[in-house]
Ligand binder design. Sequence first.
Ligand SMILES: [Zn+2]
Length: 307
Amino acid sequence: MAKVPRCVVEAGDGLLARAQGRVVHVRSDDDALALEWLAALTPHLGSWAALVREAASRVAAAGYAGDPTVVMIDLEGEHTSAFVHGPVSVAVDLPQGSVQLDGASAARWVERELPWAATGVCIGIASPADDPTLPLDASGGVRIAAAQVFPSPVVGPGQVAAVHCADAHANPPDATVCRVCGVGLSVPAAVSVVERPVLGVLAFDDGRSIELRQPCLLGRRPPAECVIDGEPALSVMIDDDHHHVSQRHLELRMVGWEVHAVDLGSTNGTLHRSISTNRVTRLSPGQPAVLGAGDQLLLGRRLLTFH
Ligand SMILES: [Zn+2]
């Protein structure tokens, strides 16, 4: 049985995107810059050649400045390819030993193709950190249809108005196809009030993910118990050795079938990258932003993706 290649990164340092056996890691002191580069590279994860072309053109356009640092690894197949730019080092573990690639040693970037399958990759640090370990076969997750806006009838906490498909999957009242099985929904359909289903999944950059079925309070040290919109909320602790994440940083509110992100006046703020507008904006404290499938939130150096 083939070994599952592993990628180990320093917790919270830099931004990571991955799909199957490819990894992109971007790091800068300017978080918005790092997020912009990651957003530009992520669509090319399906092709190593396209990834390298995009990274090379961006590095050239930026004048080979080394900011942000870019590390890309391709672990698909029986070889290992690497692209390293800027002051960052990468250790690629191979059956016959480890190969060190140092971006600072090159005027432009280091690009290597090693004719062996790597058993592990370590970015930025000489020896693997304790955690987190990210299995690369865990892809970005399955996207579900974005929640839709609809005129909401009166529903209690933890409930939503819904129409049902023939298999009894709950859907927003204005849905035309089932969000679970894809079957067409008859219009008009009887609307009923049901317990709120899972509205999405929040995937963390360390591989952790949570299903969103109730409001959440996210932070470095959130209170153990809290109530949002009259409902018990889930406390989600976010590890951050750099203390860029506030103790109480962000609320996720369940509004009908939508998930709203609300910055709680955090010290370093929250960046929101919207898939629908293709823009990165800083959340105004207290002002809700509707999350769509694929949207990303950056809290300090921690990247959260909503599916
Ligand atoms: Zn269905």
